[in-house]
Design a protein around this ligand. Structure first.
Ligand code: PMP
Length: 417
C-alpha cells in the first residue's frame, strides 16, 4: 500500500516537472550535428567492444599470476556487497586471521593491501621511513633494485649492498653494513624470483634489533612454498602477493607490521607521501586501531578480497607444512627432469633454490626470447626470462601451488621433444 502511494507521488512529481521545466533551446551548432548523426557523440563505440571477451587457456608457469583453482575463481564471482557492510568486515577479519597463519605471526597490524605486491612494497617503505632517513637495501636481483628506487623517490638516503643475481649475503656482511649506515630500515628479498633464490633469513632480525633497524622482508614469490616465520625470525614487516603460491587473482597483497614497526610508523614527524597507503587510515579500515567505527578511506576490491579469503582458506585446510613439503617435492621432480635433459640450473646449491621458481641457466648459443615464444606458441605455456639484472641469464619456471603437481612436470617433459 505504502509502496503504491510512493509510486503515485513519484508519477505526479514527474508530471509536474514535465510541465514546469522549460526545455532549453538547442544551441545552433549542435542542432545540425544531431540531425546528421542522431547522436551527440563524435567518437563511435570501438569495434572490439562489440565483440565478446575472449580469454585463451594458458598453463601459467611464469612469475605470476598463477592458474587459479575453480574454488577461488567461484569465490571471486559471488555477488558483490558493499565494502563497508558488516559482512564484509567479517570477511576482512577472516582474511587477517588467514594472513596471520600464513605469516606465522600474532601481529595485530595485519591487513591486505588493495593493490599488487608493489603496493605492499610501497606501503612498507612509505610508512616506516621519513625523508632523509637512512635505508639499507640488499640487491641481488630486481626486487632490491625496486625497493631502492621506491625509497629514493620518497627522499630516503639509500645505501645498497650489491651481489650478482642469486648471490647470498652473509650475516657478517649485513651486520657490517648495518653498523656503517645505521639505517632505520633494512630490506631483503626472501624469494628472489628473478634469480630463483631462497635467501636465508635466520639471525638477520636479531642483528637488526641490535642496530635499531627495522627488518623488511619480501615474500611475494616464496610465501607458502618456502618456510618463513615472521615472529620467530624477528621480521618487523613482511609482505606477499595474492597471485603467487596463494593462487588468487592479482590485485591484493597481504602485509603485516609488528609492534616495533608500529612504534616507528605511528610516531613520525611527517605524513607518509601516499594518502592511499597511509597505515593510519588503513589500520582503521581493517579494524586494527581499536576505534569503535571504521571510516571510509577507499573502496576495497570486494571480489578480490573474496578470492583472497578462499585461497587463504585452502591454505589453512591444507596446512603450511604440507604446502612447503609439497612444493619442495614437486620442485625436486622438476629439477631432476631438467638436469636429466642436460640443462643447468642457475642456483647450484639445492638448499638455496626457491621451490616455487626454478631458474635454468640459458644454454650457450640459444636466444631465450625465441625459446619462450616457441613454448607459448606450440605448448600454450607461459614461462619468462630473467628480470632486471638477471635478464638474458635465466629462464624461469614458476610452480605455484595449484599447478605445482607431478602432472605439470610430465607436461613440461613435452618440451624436450
Ligand atoms: N617481489 C617479488 C619477489 C616478486 O616476484 C614480485 C612479482 N613478480 C613482486 C615483488 C611484485 O609483485 P606485483 O607484480 O604483484 O606488484
Amino acid at each position: 500500500m505504502m509502496q503504491r502511494t510512493l509510486f503515485r507521488r513519484g508519477a505526479l512529481l514527474a508530471q509536474k516537472a514535465a510541465v514546469e521545466v522549460p526545455l532549453l533551446p538547442m544551441s545552433a551548432p549542435l542542432q545540425p550535428r544531431l540531425d546528421r548523426a542522431m547522436s551527440s557523440v563524435t567518437i563511435p563505440p570501438p569495434e572490439c567492444m562489440l565483440r565478446p571477451l575472449e580469454v585463451p587457456f594458458r598453463y601459467l608457469f611464469g612469475p605470476g599470476p598463477s592458474n587459479v583453482p575453480p574454488r577461488v575463481l567461484a569465490a571471486g564471482g559471488r555477488g558483490i556487497i558493499g565494502h563497508m557492510h558488516p559482512e564484509m568486515y567479517e570477511i576482512m577479519n577472516d582474511i587477517k586471521k588467514g594472513i596471520q597463519y600464513a605469516f606465522q605471526t600474532q601481529n595485530n597490524m595485519t591487513i591486505a593491501m588493495s593493490g599488487s605486491g608493489h603496493a605492499a612494497m610501497e606501503c612498507a617503505v612509505f610508512n616506516t621511513v621519513e625523508p632523509g632517513e637512512s635505508v639499507l637495501v640488499a640487491v641481488n636481483g630486481i626486487w632490491g633494485e625496486r625497493v631502492a628506487e621506491i625509497a629514493e623517490r620518497m627522499g630516503a638516503n639509500v645505501h645498497i649492498m650489491v651481489k650478482a643475481p642469486g648471490g647470498v649475503f652473509s650475516n657478517e656482511e649485513i651486520e657490517k653494513a648495518l653498523a656503517k649506515h645505521k639505517p632505520v630500515l633494512f630490506f631483503l628479498t626472501h624469494g628472489e624470483s628473478s634469480a630463483g633464490l631462497a635467501h636465508p633469513v635466520d639471525g638477520i632480525g636479531d642483528l637488526c634489533r641490535k642496530h635499531n633497524t627495522l627488518f623488511l622482508v619480501d615474500a611475494v614469490a616464496s610465501l607458502g612454498a618456502s618456510p618463513i616465520f615472521m615472529d620467530q625470525q624477528n621480521i618487523d614487516i613482511l609482505y606477499t602477493g595474492s597471485q603467487k603460491a596463494l593462487n588468487a587473482p592479482p590485485g591484493t597483497a597481504p602485509i603485516s607490521f609488528n609492534e616495533r614497526a608500529c612504534q616507528k610508523m605511528f610516531n613520525r614527524k611527517t605524513k607518509p607521501v601516499s594518502y592511499l597507503f597511509d597505515m593510519a587510515h588503513l589500520s582503521n579500515y581493517w579494524g586494527n586501531d581499536g576505534q569503535p567505527a571504521r571510516l571510509y578511506h577507499h573502496t576495497g576490491p570486494v571480489l578480490g578480497f573474496f578470492s583472497l579469503r578462499e585461497s587463504l582458506a585452502i591454505f589453512a585446510e591444507k596446512g603450511l607444512e604440507e604446502s612447503w613439503r609439497h612444493h619442495r617435492e614437486v620442485a625436486g621432480y622438476l629439477w631432476k627432469g631438467l638436469e636429466d635433459m642436460g640443462l643447468k640450473l642457475f642456483i647450484q646449491n639445492k638448499d638455496l633454490r626457491l621451490p616455487s621458481v626454478t631458474t635454468i641457466a640459458i644454454p650457450e648459443g640459444y636466444n631465450w626470447r625465441e625459446m619462450l615464444q616457441y613454448i607459448m606458441k606450440h605448448h600454450n605455456m607461459e614461462m619468462t626470462g630473467g628480470l632486471g639484472p638477471s635478464t638474458g641469464m635465466v629462464k624461469q619456471i614458476e610452480w605455484l601451488d595449484y599447478q605445482c603437481r607431478e602432472e605439470s612436470t610430465l607436461l613440461l617433459s613435452r618440451l624436450s621433444h
